[in-house]
Write a protein that binds this ligand. Sequence first.
Ligand code: T4K
Length: 370
Amino acid sequence: MRNNIYVTRPELPPLEALLPSLEEIWASRMLSNGGAYHERFEAALAQHLGVAHLSLCTNATIGLMLALRALGLRGEVITTPFTFVATTHAIEWAGLTPVFADIDPVTLNLDPGAVERAITPATCAILPVHCYGHACDVDALDDLAQGFGLKLVYDAAHVFGVTLRGRSLTCWGDLSVMSFHATKVFNTFEGGAIVMRDGATKATIDRLKNFGIVDETQVEGVGLNGKMNEFSAALGLTQLPRVDAVIRRRAEVDARYRTGLSGVPGLRCLGPVAAETPNHAYFPVLVEPGYGETRDALQARLRAAGIHARRYFCPLVSDLSEHRHRPSAAPEHLPVARLAASQVLCLPIYPDLSEADQSRIIELLRHGRG
Ligand code: T4K
């Protein structure tokens, strides 16, 4: 029987590489609350990314909630409908109102022109997503945030290892939130980090992720439990020296798709943006009318062959029952996002996807249609 091929597989170090850390954790019995591994991984990660300040957290969803809360925002947050539900859920959990703006047809990231048209006196922040790890139009979004006095918080869940003009993509905006979930380029089982610009914001977020505790008698602010545990931090430390090689192997898979799928009518592969060094987190293709088969028919045909390509991100978040009543969720307001959601299919990509399995996927995409 053929093996199933999933959209991704988590990258893990050899178990032996992690065992010494586990033994140390067992001996110390420090499992959480800012233990030695938390501190070491936080410092090592900041150095790896080339950023001065960051705070580890449980996952990106909690990270986004903490980021929005730390900024003390009130009102509306302009965001993309073409994202994972966590982006918008975090806005609502922070007591804010999401407002959807349309996306750019090439990058599938928030269109700054659409963002500008959505700004009202109630707007307090912009929350763009670097979708699939590809950089948003950071300069235009920076200009908007500065010009209108808005906060800029990036959902950087997909961007581990991505650089723009030689700097980590997490360097843009007031805050950037990364995910280290099992399905991401870099994983700590579950986990995340918030990158910030100054020590004062780090102190606020560090406090908020530990319930708001200042000391044994004082609690400041309505915090939550967003701390990374010692096991995840130990895994992060073990993964860090390996991640560049992991991204190189992903690049090889990416290149094989681009060669194998070039010239297939109606199949558009999304690519990196100018001045970006990508991490190949996803391999999205747009199944356009010229392909001779709809995206959903293609997905079903691949599924029947054991290949689990995924429709990230369909349905649009704005179409979910929680949001579809919002004026900004109206279909005519989001035509580009709507088209992308109907055409996108993310193909399997992970470092140890074998050439034989990938050739099978490419063959199915090239020849099985129509
Ligand atoms: N913002 C954005 C833009 C995001 O994309 C995400 C998460 C977040 C924020 C929130 O980040 P976190 O709070 O999670 O840190 C997955 C992930 O669960 C989710 O983290 C991710 N985005 C989203 C895009 O994809 P599903 O429902 O597709 O996951 P699932 O369980 O179907 O996994 C996909 C495939 O991966 C499986 O078919 C098999 C493989 N897999 C998965 C897991 C969990 C494994 O091989 N091993 C595993 O442990 O959401």
